[in-house]
Ligand binder design. Structure first.
Ligand code: GTP
Ligand code: MG
Length: 431
């Protein structure tokens, strides 16, 4: 107390040197001390608030994986796919698909994480159409966005503009052949109609793309009575197992009884990955040990599906290098085994293609088509690519129906492919 009094007197004396009258010096000193203390408190409060905000920002945005398996999966990052097309010495087109390693990717299925649930909640309010549109955002920008920018800048369509349009179509992965056909259709129409040509180009493009995507087909698993066997093939990393998981959920939600067959006995943990998906939809998974004969798995899975009176058997297969004769022979054998056990099986052999591989998807489709009877295509990862134009090339050049498209990793990110909906989502302008 004495010390404070002494300080105040010294401060008052100091203020006196600045011309403050003696009777007011103590009041002024007290006022000054009060202001300084208040300032100090304000500064301290500000510092505390800043610290709390930065601590909150440093907290991880991703929730921690639920168990050790998902930690491994997150670290593994999934198979890293590198795909390239080569022309072999004999001139035949050969495709090499290299997984970063053929070594087992342990436990590739992360359990449904809180982030997934949160994202699902966020998506829940969106219409199916809007979700498709979001999934196609990159392709939309690289194809229709660029076409609109080109057409928006001109009132007439001349040769230069057509040349640029052709380039856009090729770089959006519509393929050379399809691009030529589309350009031909546009030019024919322009020769007929001279009014509002830029609008006309967009209209013809939309119509012609939709025409090429439309196939008359019965929807999957509605073809006949009894057990429907759906075999899923494709190179590694394209999304076969994930797609089977999504399909299992979809069919189960429709009230169908589903059985899964873990026909990929090559990759370690492939069966576990399928089992995890099976758990998510509450469906049985028939599996053997790693390295077992896929034909034997197909046999057991068919028997089990029949015995359990299932409506649908979804059979996963290995996806290692499809240039290796082995895999193709293996797939043929699996098809034969299924045909022997279930009349008309496999009722569908669906080829899964990864949209991000662009034109290489076409090469893969041709090669699988030579070995097994492919009845339809599922194009995955459309959400992560600007190369979604490949869907048009697949339908137009291979005459293969696209049955489903994958627009994300979540269980309900598989959309039945409806040409009109797809094209509308692609061509809809947001402004
Ligand atoms: N963004 C996105 N990712 C997908 C989609 N479909 C599958 N994936 C991801 O692709 C990766 C590989 O999927 P898998 O289902 O394991 O592929 P696979 O064809 O079974 O691979 P192998 O078993 O090695 O032959 C996983 O990380 C999936 O989450 C999709 O539509 N969009
Ligand atoms: Mg798999």
């Amino acid at each position: 107390m004495e010390v404070i009094k002494l300080w105040l007197e010294q401060l008052a004396a100091l203020l006196g040197q600045y011309g403050i009258p003696a009777e007011q010096q103590m009041t002024a000193a007290l006022g000054l001390v009060f202001v300084l203390v208040s300032l100090l408190i304000v500064v301290l409060i500000l510092l505390l608030v800043r610290r709390r905000v930065s601590v909150r920002q440093e907290k991880p945005q991703q929730p921690l994986p639920i168990d050790a398996e998902s930690v491994t999966a997150a670290e593994a990052g999934g198979p890293d796919l590198a795909t390239e097309t080569q022309v072999a010495e004999d001139g035949a087109v050969e495709t090499q698909v290299e997984a970063e390693s053929e070594a087992p990717v342990e436990a590739a299925v992360p359990p449904i994480a809180a982030a997934e649930v949160a994202a699902a909640d966020e998506d829940a309010g969106l219409s199916l159409f809007e979700r498709m549109r979001r999934g196609l955002a990159k392709t939309q920008a690289s194809l229709v966005g660029r076409v609109d920018a080109l057409l928006g800048g001109s009132s007439r369509v001349d040769a230069d503009l057509l040349e640029e349009l052709e380039e856009i179509l090729i770089t959006a992965d519509l393929g050379m052949k399809t691009t030529q056909e589309l350009m031909q259709a546009i030019e024919t129409r322009l020769a007929r109609d001279t009014a509002k040509q830029p609008e006309l180009v967009r209209e013809v493009l939309q119509q012609e793309i939709e025409t090429r995507l439309r196939f008359d087909q019965a929807s999957l698993a509605e073809a006949a009575d009894g057990l429907q066997v759906i075999m899923v093939v494709g190179v590694n990393g394209v999304g076969k197992t994930t797609t089977i998981g999504k399909l299992a959920k979809k069919f189960t939600d429709e009230g169908k009884k589903v059985v899964l067959g873990a026909g990929d006995t090559f990759r370690a943990a492939a069966a576990e990955q399928l089992e995890e998906w099976g758990r998510r939809s509450g469906v049985d998974v028939i599996r053997h040990q790693s390295g077992a004969d896929p034909g034997a798995v197909a046999y057991d899975a068919a028997k089990a599906a029949l015995a359990r009176k299932a409506d649908i058997l979804l059979l996963d297969t290995a996806g290692r290098l499809h240039t290796k004769v082995n895999l193709m022979e293996e797939l043929k054998k699996v098809q034969r085994v299924l045909a022997r056990e279930v009349p008309g099986a496999p009722h569908e052999t669906l080829l899964v293609l990864d949209a991000t591989t662009g034109q290489n998807a076409l090469v893969q489709a041709r090669l699988f088509g030579e070995a097994v009877t492919v009845s339809g295509v599922i194009l995955t990862k459309l959400d992560g690519t600007a190369r979604g134009g490949i869907v048009v090339a697949i339908a137009a050049e291979l005459q293969l129906p696209v049955c489903y498209v994958g627009v994300g990793e979540k269980v309900d990110d598989l959309r039945p492919f409806v040409a009109s909906e797809f094209v509308a989502a692609l061509f809809e302008t947001t402004e």
